[in-house]
Design a binder for this molecule. Structure first.
Ligand SMILES: *Cc1c(COP(=O)(O)O)cnc(C)c1O
Length: 393
């Protein structure tokens, strides 16, 4: 422990990634290193992979890559696109824009034509917009989009979109990095071909693992397409190793052990129960923000993260600094992108993973108190009253 650490000052990470990690998971990761080519490790890896498949609700293959969510998403994008084809990338926030940038970057080597659909930040793309894009580009080989756009706290109707894409020649790659394990998502039932997530959001692990779930159409596509100018991110390598319950390179053993325990916790609580809890925390937060007169940033709010615009006169870094220094509460600001500049104008709190009603009440109460300190006209206690009413119901 650092010498200046305050014992009676709990830190609560309520940013939409990374998120807090339960003690049982931290303890598991503190176990001694085991070699990755051993029966002992293989048994853990097989168990974790089975649990991941349950989490994604798929009978397909779930790959575990060392890297962040971006590593996993990039690997899916480049491994699944047909060279020489069109690809459709949909953005309404920072992460969707990143996926657009990645295909732009690979366009010369993959020879893909990147068809970009941009919706205003804070709005969700509709199934009709996706259908129109596919009708205009019937040979497109990929549709890439974000299920829960964390930068704008916005969720789209992935189920309806998957229905549209499954009737086309394209495979759907969904960034569900703040969807899986927080929002209802049923990969096989919905017909989503490829779903990507990361370890540090709803999966209650430190950053470091990316997951790529491949349904039947995505697995077929991998066989059809020859790998391009990339190596580590070629998913064919990972699928091939998976046939032997193995990873192609040194496995991040400690993270995988920790993830296995975190998934066991998820299994014990039950996925539906978790979805219900996340939705309730989000509903309570939205009620509290409404009571304080703060406007949501999203017209189609995701339940995994809530974002609001600051009232005039509140300075982002000072405000979040006060929450951190006075209350040990870590919340997120905004980001700048092509579609909007929200770096200093919004505040976001997470409802994913190891977060409960007490944490949520604490952050809402602290936000209210700090806004009042800054002279905002807010009825004392209104945020707590509104949130508690939802949480009690
Ligand atoms: C966090 C996040 C990412 C990026 O994940 P990294 O782990 O930072 O690479 C991508 N998409 C969404 C929606 C996210 O929330």
């Amino acid at each position: 422990m650092p010498a200046d650490a305050k014992i009676f000052f709990k830190q609560r990470v309520m940013t939409p990634g990374p998120t807090d990690v339960p003690p049982a998971v931290l303890l598991e990761m503190a176990q001694p290193i085991i070699h990755h080519r051993t029966k002992q490790f293989q048994a853990i890896f097989v168990q974790m992979t089975g649990r991941l498949a349950n989490l994604f609700r798929t009978k397909g293959t779930v790959l575990t890559l060392a890297g962040s969510g971006t590593t996993a998403f990039e690997s899916a994008m480049i491994s699944l696109a047909k060279p020489g084809s069109k690809v459709i990338t949909i953005a309404g926030g920072k992460f969707g824009e990143r996926w657009q940038d990645i295909y732009d970057q690979y366009a010369p080597s993959l020879q893909v034509e990147n068809i970009k659909i941009n919706v205003p930040w804070g709005q969700a793309v509709t199934a009709q917009q996706v259908a129109d894009a596919l009708a205009a580009n019937p040979t497109a080989s990929v549709v890439a989009l974000v299920h829960s756009e964390t930068s704008t706290a916005t969720a789209c109707d992935l189920k309806a979109i998957a229905q549209v894409v499954s009737k086309s020649n394209a495979v759907l790659i969904a960034d569900s990095i703040t969807g899986v394990g927080a929002l209802p998502m049923s990969m096989d039932e919905w017909g989503v071909d490829c779903v990507v997530t990361g370890s540090q959001k709803a999966l209650m692990l430190p950053p470091g693992l990316g997951f790529v779930a491949l349904g039947a159409r995505a697995q077929e596509r991998l066989k059809e397409v020859k790998a391009g100018a990339y190596y580590n991110l070629d998913l064919r390598r990972w699928v091939k190793a998976m046939a032997d319950n193995d990873l192609p390179f040194t496995a991040p053993v400690s993270l995988i052990r920790g993830q296995n325990v975190a998934l066991e916790l998820i299994e014990k609580e039950g996925l539906e129960t978790i979805w219900g809890r996340v939705a309730k925390l989000a509903t309570a937060s939205r009620a509290a923000f409404a009571a304080m007169g703060l406007k949501l940033i999203s017209a189609s709010p995701s339940d995994s993260v809530t974002g609001v615009f600051y009232p005039a006169g509140v300075e982002d870094s000072k405000f979040r600094g006060a929450l951190r220094d006075k209350y040990g509460l870590h919340v997120a600001g905004g980001q700048d992108g092509r579609g909007a500049k929200w770096k200093t104008s919004i505040l976001r709190i997470s409802h994913m993973g190891y977060v409960d009603a007490g944490d949520t009440l604490a952050v809402l109460a602290a936000i209210e108190a700090e806004l009042r300190t800054l002279g905002q006209k807010i009825d004392p206690g209104c945020a707590l009253a509104a949130a508690a009413k939802v949480l009690a119901g």
